[in-house]
Design a protein around this ligand. Structure first.
Ligand code: V47
Ligand code: SF4
Length: 374
């Protein structure tokens, strides 16, 4: 190890990580550019094990994508309804209740709700969605609406401030928010790929208000399109700064762009190696985020297993069905669900210890450690 370290061009970064010192923009860039992925993984694993040991979290959840009607036209998106693409739909609150009823035999603890920016859904619709979920799954945590959706919901709400809108949603059952919508916090990328959506400053402001009101949220980064390494690192640093201020982020999730059926279909999907590097760099740069999630639906369960040694401590969940992209399980790309046992097996066969969590990372059941590793 000593010899390997001395010959590496990032040995000084290892020194910083080893002594718990914060990495800067230049360090982040060098981590993206260095060929020494094994050392980057080693450092990320060190940071991960300091916080979590071998523990790997997962959640039993169900995703609901309530509408694919969207006015934002993001160039990387294959989900929204368009001519020659997916047909438009809106799930009524009753449709949502029925989807939840289909899985009532699973002890799901989280309902994850995300959808397009539909210009004509009114305030009552959003309240009714919360009401429908609560009526079928009264004890489940409702993780709903990215900062982009919250901006739209605020537009149709009867309240003059975002604080009041969020408080009303929380009173109606909203528990926390998913991390999408920021994509890459860069004005250049925003302009080129998703200019109709809120920009970086607005995304960060809404997250700030959410956190101030006690609403925790996640943060994602969509990578593998036109962004530069510097823009990725700047994204991480902007999230880190907000986390220093509010402490309101629960987890960070790098999302690999799936170019299929998008306006960016000429771009190649990033490799599994790049997925691992993004997980590792996130763990190293985001020294104030407890959790880094390997979202198996996007990066495949196999790459997610490896990611558990590259800084990730969370595999997300059983999911049931994910409509935003259709990467799924290799060989069976329509499979968007893993059973509880399947997920536990993936974690234990990666040599890690599975712990079922709720959305706020409280353990739901802790299996016997020896049994889990045997
Ligand atoms: O913001 C859109 C992304 C996000 C594509 O908080 C794409 O636990 C890949 O928020 N290829 C929404 N990604 C999903 C989201 C999410 C996902 C998983 C976990 C969590 C969490 C949140 O989906 C969007 C956008 O960044 N997206 N198109 C695509 N072609
Ligand atoms: Fe709409 Fe979201 Fe797709 Fe953008 S990523 S087009 S906001 S559904």
């Amino acid at each position: 190890m000593e010899t390997l370290l001395r010959s590496s061009n990032i040995a000084d970064i290892h020194d910083k990580v080893f002594h718990g010192r914060r990495l800067n923009l230049e360090d982040g860039l060098r981590l993206y550019e260095s060929p020494d992925l094994p050392l980057i993984g080693h450092m990320a694993n060190l940071a991960r094990e300091r916080r979590h040991g071998a523990t790997t979290y997962f959640v039993r959840n169900q995703h609901i994508n309530y509408t694919n009607i969207c006015q934002k036209d993001c160039r990387f998106c294959s989900f929204y309804a368009k001519k020659g693409g997916p047909a438009p739909y809106v799930l009524s609150p009753e449709d949502i209740a029925n989807r939840l009823r289909e899985h009532l035999n699973h002890p799901i603890t989280e309902i994850h709700v995300v959808g397009g920016i539909h210009p004509r859904l009114d305030w009552q619709y959003y309240l009714d969605v919360l009401g429908a979920i609560r009526s079928v799954r009264p004890t489940a945590h409702i993780k709903a609406w990215t900062m982009v959706e919250l901006a739209q919901i605020h537009k149709v709400s009867p309240y003059d401030t975002l604080d009041k809108t969020l408080q009303a949603l929380m009173a109606a059952g909203l528990g926390s928010c998913p991390g999408g919508g920021a994509e890459v916090l860069s004005d250049r990328v925003h302009e080129e790929l998703f200019g109709r959506k809120i920009d970086s400053a607005e995304w960060l402001d809404i997250a700030r208000v959410a956190h101030r009101n006690g609403l925790k949220s996640n943060a994602t980064m969509l990578y593998g399109h036109i962004e530069t390494y510097a823009e990725r690192v700047e994204h991480l640093i902007r999230l880190r700064e907000l986390q220093d201020e509010t402490g309101g982020f629960l987890s960070f999730i790098p999302l690999a762009m799936d170019p299929k059926n998008t306006a960016l279909s000429h771009i190649h999907r990033e490799s599994g190696i790049d997925d691992l590097r993004n997980i590792a760099v996130a763990r190293l740069m985001l020294d104030n985020f407890d959790h880094i999630k390997a979202f198996w639906v996007m990066i495949t369960p196999q790459v997610a297993q490896a990611a558990l040694w590259y800084g990730a401590d969370d595999m997300d969940g059983t999911v049931m069905a994910y409509e935003i992209t259709h990467v799924g399980v290799p060989g069976d790309e329509h499979r968007q669900a893993l059973t509880h046992e399947g997920l536990m097996d993936f974690i234990t066969s990666a040599g890690r210890v599975p712990v079922e969590r709720d959305t706020l990372y409280r353990p739901v059941s802790v299996p016997d450690v020896q049994e889990a590793l045997s």
